[in-house]
Unconditional design. Structure first.
Length: 368
């Protein structure tokens, strides 16, 4: 008697291709794949990614179809994404699925610039994103968004509507008080102000709230890490030894308060000559990669030292909005994709996640 081996369901074949594509296990990708209509397998397959890679979906779909060797109709393969709310030790903030702290052990490494460009990059990858400027003593996000004179509105004198700029919702102490006033606050006062900004802003439904942390590992950083529902963190550094030593302190702080570190971003990795294309490693080379390996973390991105990044930041004209097709913008999108995927693969989804998602409030103010 001859026995025939039953063919694997198409969902398993797609899951295997995705596992190879993303360099993960099939056990990770299998839950992403489901028949579009469970009672009709011929209706097609829907792949629901738990992270955002909108700019890569066409290429991904083409890769899957090619490896299925023409045995599957392109119209029956659908890709979408659904970002889960990550588990945290602290109760979640209404409408925010994941809060990601972007931190550095020291100032001057481009943390705020990285935060704002990562936020816009995540938006371009299909996520709903907001940004909270937690750098109480030096709020720079309003300048980078081009609306430093704006102020949040409040209908009940208790809650604030976030500002909106270029599709990104934001709040900052810079919208509320003159910068010189915030600069003289003591630590506890600054920490309370930051907690109020987070809790009393009427955020719309967000996949990610990027928090631009102040540099260092002091009171404000510990307040955010211990009292705010941080889903995860990202540490920004430059390649030289001094910055790496301080970045290591930042990693240690998050580890001690049980906030996962998704990875490192090495800023100012190199300067590339516009005339000849030669790369000069102004601040040393591969320091971020070495630190990431030491702590068993991924290096999410290596961003160049480029005058356009500074110009766009100072002018309030976001790089990824005004020059979305530039290699610089693609560098940020690459880091954003890595961040989104790393969070989905390492942070456990929250049980009962939908309970704190109340829906978008009305009346977000600002400019388009």
């Amino acid at each position: 008697m001859f026995f025939s081996r039953k063919a694997k369901p198409a969902t398993q074949k797609v899951a295997a291709i995705l596992a190879t594509y993303f360099s993960v296990d099939v056990e990770d990708t299998l839950p992403w794949c489901a028949f579009t209509h469970p009672d009709n397998e011929s209706a097609g397959i829907t792949v629901t990614l738990p992270f955002c890679i909108a700019t890569q979906l066409d290429a991904l779909k083409q890769t899957v179809l090619e490896q299925l060797e023409g045995k599957f109709d392109a119209s029956k393969l659908t890709f979408k994404h659904k970002v889960a709310s990550g588990e945290t030790e602290v109760a979640p903030v209404t409408n925010i699925k994941n809060i990601i702290a972007v931190a550095s052990g020291k100032g001057g490494v481009g943390k705020s610039t990285t935060s704002i460009n990562l936020a816009f990059a995540l938006m371009q990858e299909g996520a709903k994103v907001g940004i909270l400027d937690a750098d109480i003593y030096g709020p720079s996000i309003p300048i980078m968004l081009g609306n430093p004179e704006a102020h949040p509105e409040s209908e009940d004198n208790k809650h604030m509507q976030p500002l909106s700029a270029h599709g990104l919702v934001a709040n900052s102490i810079g919208y509320l008080v003159p910068q010189e006033d915030a600069a003289v606050w003591r630590g506890p006062m600054a920490s309370r102000a930051l907690k109020q900004l987070l809790d009393e802003t009427l955020w719309p439904v967000l996949d990610y709230l990027i928090v631009d942390m102040p540099p260092g590992t002091g009171d404000i950083q510990l307040t955010m890490a211990q009292q705010a529902p941080l889903t995860a963190s990202v540490v920004v550094t430059t390649p030289q030894d001094l910055a790496l030593a301080d970045a290591q302190k930042g990693i240690s702080m998050f580890e001690k308060v049980n906030v996962p570190v998704l990875g490192l971003i090495e800023n100012m990795s190199y300067y590339q000559c516009r005339a000849c294309g030669t790369k000069d490693y102004v601040f040393a080379k591969d320091g971020g990669e070495a630190l990431a390996e030491r702590h068993g973390l991924p290096l999410l991105g290596q961003l160049p030292l480029d005058i356009h990044i500074r110009e766009h930041g100072d002018a309030g004209t976001p790089l990824l909005i005004t020059s979305p097709d530039s290699p610089l913008s693609e560098s940020y999108r690459e880091a954003a994709r890595a961040l989104s995927m790393q969070l989905a693969l390492t942070v456990k989804p929250r049980e009962g996640a939908a309970k704190h998602i109340k829906g978008d409030p009305i009346g977000i103010v600002g400019k388009a």
